[in-house]
Unconditional design. Structure first.
Lengths: 317, 505
């Protein structure tokens, strides 16, 4: 088990390194010069001499391989470099904003699990019933509505018309806990809406699959109570695929909260990533992508460990 | 107690009346300003956009500034004039103090000007300031600028929000300004807070107790934040929301026509190296449709060189020199030998809706006279890159002049300058350029007016670019916000400076 874990961690690190290298290279290859873009913000005419001077200052005139190597040597020291735009340390930006994105994702995931899983299990147990039909239709609807449409509608209704809550933003929890959670609610719902639908569908399908299995019939036949059959035999077996999907989706959300953060002005990690790509702020983009892919790999690792906990066969192999 | 459907409905109906008057409560005298984007950085001389300009105008000061009418007024300078040798002489006030407590001296002014013009400078005004050959300190309150050639527009340069006077003791990381406010807190990408500087040289100013800038990058959310009372004022009211802001009794809209859209040409090769073909393009487009499609009617047709109406340089006939006349466009194309039509690429960007929408309208009208355009809509960084390298035949662009003086159009009309995405590629408009040069060197207003009318006539024929539409730039604000003005024309992006005089009434 330890060796297995060790190997998995090593693979994850190697993958993260490959991702960072690919991002670094492609970013330098796509058109767009950070110095020219910065000096032309807002459509200003740039002076080529000033652009050349700024490129020199930012170290962009060095050969690409040289830049890559110094990025690497920084990485081994745990230094992600500084923004090309305002010299702000990339690591500080990530340290400030990553927890907010994680909070958003966790809140969204928690909501989707709380609603999606029981609803999915109930719908499966009463397949074809009224609840099943309504919940399935709702899930299809939620999956179909784009985040920005739902987000804009929520803002229009709750902030602009009813004025029940602010039109997006962020308040640190230490400053005002009540307002912090009020502001968290809408973006978390927006994230949960698609995920809950997915969790609902996965749970429903795999519970349906599990209840028709032989071991469930055996469990019933030996006289176990329906509740015990459901919890010990049906759900335990049905949850593995749900967990897989949940893990993958959480990973995707790490880089996929862009729209939600944008629509609700949630100052997480997506906004600086987007801004950095637009400004061709290389160190910032690479640093954030590296963090996101590292976390994605970490989530996958945790999921693998969770399978092992849920399914003894995985542990044995 | 059981909850019936009726009590639920009644409860829901009461919701609007429970609503609080804005969530982020206003604390006395602190204005909450909804910014459209976070300033990339706040370096005093580097151009990093209008959002940065808004903040910098409050923390820094220059020799002069624009007042609410767009006229120059003294700031660190109390008066300015040209001496008998043609040099600019600025008299400095004696009560200005930097944020570190040091007095603002002629030495600081000289140092700042020399830094801007320096060899290692990345300043916006670097090129212009290199025309200043000497900065002489006549006495501690007088500074004299000797220029290589006569320069009428130097005072206007000093009103630009990238031309501030900072202390000689400043470092690159910490510029020391002398503006009415100083930065008290900021979170990168999210918000900036300003508090008044108690030793500011104008007694009684600033009137506000503070400014809190909050970034709302999404247009709709920024407008929602204004409507819901989360902020007191927003910039860049989206055009489609201007009606909503105007019709809200609590709010006020202040919009001016400032920036403009235009067509740029790649004249390094046929067919757009022929001024007749360029004029054909200029006559082929019905501008009102752009105003409708891209700006929801919140703009104005631009059928000439972008000279702001109401300024001395404006001439009604010249302003319509490129009127919509498809027959004439076709005739010009035939005359140039392109009666059978032209295939061309048109560069714009999909990143900004107004660029894309404008390009689509222009594409339709050009097709009607026989110019078939293939649209290229990359992201903005790629667009800038392709524009600077001339990788297009036609390009749609949005611009704003540096000031309402025609000299502010130099960057767009002076075709002798190096290749840049803001101007046509490889195009020669020698008569336009010559007139621009003469206008800059002429001190007499009446003569300047004549020179710039001549410039417009030349440009109408040489077509260094073709104007398409003025677009409105609007601020939306709570009616209690007083003293804030949207500056006229091209100066709209400098309006943030009037927060110095803003108060709640």
């Amino acid at each position: 088990m330890t060796r297995w874990l060790f190997r998995r961690i090593l693979t994850s690190l190697a993958l993260a390194w490959i991702v960072a290298t690919i991002v670094f290279m492609t970013l330098h290859l796509v058109p767009g010069d950070p110095a020219e873009l910065l000096l032309s913000t807002g459509g200003a005419a740039t002076d080529p001499a000033a652009v050349a001077e700024l490129r020199e200052k930012l170290g962009l005139e060095r050969p690409l391989l040289d830049q890559y190597l110094s990025f690497h040597s920084g990485l081994t020291r745990g230094d992600l470099g500084n923004s090309l735009v305002d010299d702000y340390p990339v690591a500080s930006e990530i340290a400030l904003r990553l927890p907010r994105t994680l909070e958003l994702i966790l809140a969204g995931t928690a909501l989707s699990v709380v609603f999606g899983m029981p609803a999915g299990a109930y719908a499966a147990l009463h397949r074809g019933g009224r609840f099943d039909r309504i919940a399935s239709a709702t899930a299809a609807f939620l999956l179909a509505v784009p985040v920005f449409v739902l987000g804009t509608l929520l803002v229009l209704l709750l902030a602009q018309t009813l004025r029940l809550m602010p039109a997006g933003g962020y308040t640190p929890i230490a400053q005002n806990p009540a307002q912090h959670f009020t502001l968290l609610a809408l973006p978390a719902i927006a994230i949960a809406k698609g995920l809950a639908a997915i969790v609902f569908r996965m749970t429903r399908a795999s519970v349906l699959d599990a209840i028709s299995r032989d071991f469930v019939r055996t469990a019933r036949a030996k006289g176990l109570s329906p509740a015990r059959v459901l919890v010990r035999h049906v759900l335990r077996n049905a949850l593995t695929p749900v967990l897989t999907v949940l893990g993958l989706q959480m990973g995707t959300l790490l880089g996929g909260t862009v729209l939600v953060e944008y629509v609700f002005n949630w100052p997480g990690l997506s906004t600086p990533l987007l801004r950095a790509v637009e400004a061709r702020d290389y160190p910032m983009v690479v640093g954030i992508v590296l963090t996101i892919s590292g976390l994605f790999l970490l989530i996958n690792l945790i999921m693998d460990i969770l399978y092992a906990a849920l399914d003894p066969r995985v542990r044995a192999s | 107690m059981s909850v019936s459907r009726r009590t639920l409905v009644q409860g829901a109906a009461a919701l609007p009346f429970l609503a609080s008057p804005g969530w982020a409560q206003r604390s006395a005298g602190i204005i909450r300003y909804g910014l459209s984007t976070f300033p990339p950085n706040l370096q005093p001389w580097v151009s990093t956009g209008a959002a940065a300009g808004t903040v910098k105008l409050l923390t820094h000061r220059s020799l002069v500034a624009f007042d609410s009418k767009g006229e120059l007024r003294g700031e660190l300078a109390t008066s300015w004039s040209i001496d008998e040798k043609g040099a600019w002489v600025f008299k400095l006030r004696n009560n200005a103090v930097f944020h570190n407590g040091d007095p603002v001296t002629a030495d600081d002014v000289k140092w700042s000007i020399e830094q801007i013009a320096g060899e290692k400078s990345t300043a916006y005004m670097r090129q212009q300031f290199q025309n200043i050959s000497a900065v002489e300190i006549v006495d501690p309150q007088t500074i004299r600028l000797v220029t290589k050639e006569p320069l009428a527009t130097i005072p206007t340069w000093f009103a630009n929000y990238n031309t501030f006077i900072i202390s000689r003791k400043s470092t690159a990381a910490e510029p020391i300004g002398c503006g009415p406010f100083r930065i008290s807190a900021q979170e990168r990408g999210t918000s900036i807070e300003l508090t008044p500087f108690d030793k500011f040289y104008k007694p009684g100013f600033p009137k506000l107790k503070g400014v809190r800038f909050v970034v709302y990058a999404d247009d709709n959310l920024r407008q929602a934040a204004l409507m819901s009372g989360d902020v007191d004022i927003i910039e860049y009211v989206p055009w489609q929301s201007m009606n909503a802001v105007e019709s809200d009794p609590r709010l006020r809209l202040d919009a001016v026509e400032g920036p403009f859209m235009c067509v740029l040409f790649n004249a390094s090769k046929p067919p757009f190296n022929d001024p007749r073909v360029r004029r054909a393009v200029a006559h082929a487009v019905k501008r009102d449709d752009i105003v409708k499609a891209a700006f929801f009617g919140r703009g104005k047709a631009l059928e000439g060189v972008p000279i702001t109406q109401g300024t001395p340089w404006y001439d009604d006939a010249l302003a319509h020199g490129w009127n919509y006349d498809p027959a004439r466009a076709k005739a010009l194309l035939a005359e140039a030998g392109f009666a059978n039509g032209i295939q061309a690429t048109m560069l714009a960007t999909a990143q900004y809706g107004m660029h894309k929408d404008t390009a689509e309208v222009v594409q339709q009208y050009l097709a009607a006279v026989g110019i078939q355009c293939e649209l290229k809509l990359p992201d903005w960084p790629t667009r800038v890159n392709m524009g600077g390298r001339g990788q297009y035949d036609l390009a749609i662009h949005g611009l704003a002049s540096d000031s309402n003086d025609p000299d502010g159009l130099t960057a767009y009309l002076d075709t002798s300058l190096s290749a840049n995405y803001v101007r046509s590629f490889g195009l020669q408009a020698p008569r336009t350029k010559a007139a621009m040069d003469r206008g800059r060197a002429e001190f007499d207003l009446a003569k300047r007016v004549e020179i710039y009318k001549e410039m417009q006539r030349a440009a109408l024929e040489e077509v260094p670019m073709a104007g398409l539409a003025w677009r409105q730039q609007g601020f939306g604000m709570d009616r209690s916000v007083k003293g804030f003005s949207n500056l006229p024309g091209a100066l709209t992006t400098s309006s943030g400076g009037t927060l110095e005089e803003t108060w709640f009434g």
